[in-house]
Design a protein around this ligand. Structure first.
Ligand code: SIN
Ligand code: MN
Length: 210
């Protein structure tokens, strides 16, 4: 479903079995040797998610990507698992776009989790200029997702991202403002056995010839 030029909501993309497997993988990652943490951003505020970057680390102080977490514990960003990279590529293709993901930001939202309106604009200049998409998958509790325009003040549409949904924004939509105003606690499919929400956003930092 194309909700704006270059922006596609793919409800129910992932089966329950696929979601379950990703939940297990996400759990192991966020509690692994390089654990998820709550970033403090450059204004000094704490984010309202637990974050773990895979493939490349997003530094909340500099808003730049780097190999190790110099804003937190200096640990290296764990590699992006091959199965997740492949999944992101498939999702992009099903929206008619190409993504060779080299990084993923994995966020865990508790019941009071949220994320303010922002643009994803810290990937490589060429990647953004080429409109290489961001691919997002959501698992667990439903989120009230906000999707606006290219300027912060433009009107914002709100819709639900439910467990198993994918969302892709690239091309002319690549720099649209977006955020999560709230999580709807208790809406996760009971079969998953989780509370809260995992969101994975895949991006391609480096541009290369195919
Ligand atoms: C993000 O924009 O980085 C996360 C969006 C979401 O959680 O759906
Ligand atoms: Mn974002």
């Amino acid at each position: 479903m194309e909700i704006a030029p270059g922006a596609f909501h793919l409800p129910g993309y992932l089966s329950l079995d696929a979601q379950r497997a990703i939940v297990e993988q996400c759990r192991a990652l966020v509690d692994g040797a390089v654990p998820a943490y709550v970033p403090v951003v450059r204004g000094g505020g704490k984010m309202h998610v637990r974050m773990l970057c895979l493939g490349r680390h997003w530094n909340g102080k500099t808003y730049e990507y780097e190999p190790t977490r110099t804003d937190f514990d200096n640990l290296p960003a764990p590699p992006l698992p091959g199965n997740l990279k492949a999944l992101a590529g498939e999702i992009a293709a099903s929206a008619g776009m190409t993504l060779d993901a080299d990084l993923c930001i994995l966020n865990y939202y508790e019941a009071d989790g949220r994320m303010g309106l922002h643009q994803d604009k810290d990937e490589g200049e060429q990647s953004i200029a080429a409109g290489i998409p961001v691919v997002s998958i959501s698992i667990g509790d439903t989120a009230r997702f906000l999707f606006g325009g290219l300027k912060r003040k433009e009107p914002v549409e709100a819709f639900a991202l439910e467990s198993g949904d994918a969302f892709v924004f690239g091309g002319p939509a690549r720099l649209r403002y977006h955020g999560v105003s709230r999580i709807l606690p208790g809406t996760s499919p009971p079969e998953l056995g989780i509370s809260g929400r995992f969101n994975l956003t895949f991006r391609q930092y480096d541009v290369h010839d195919v």
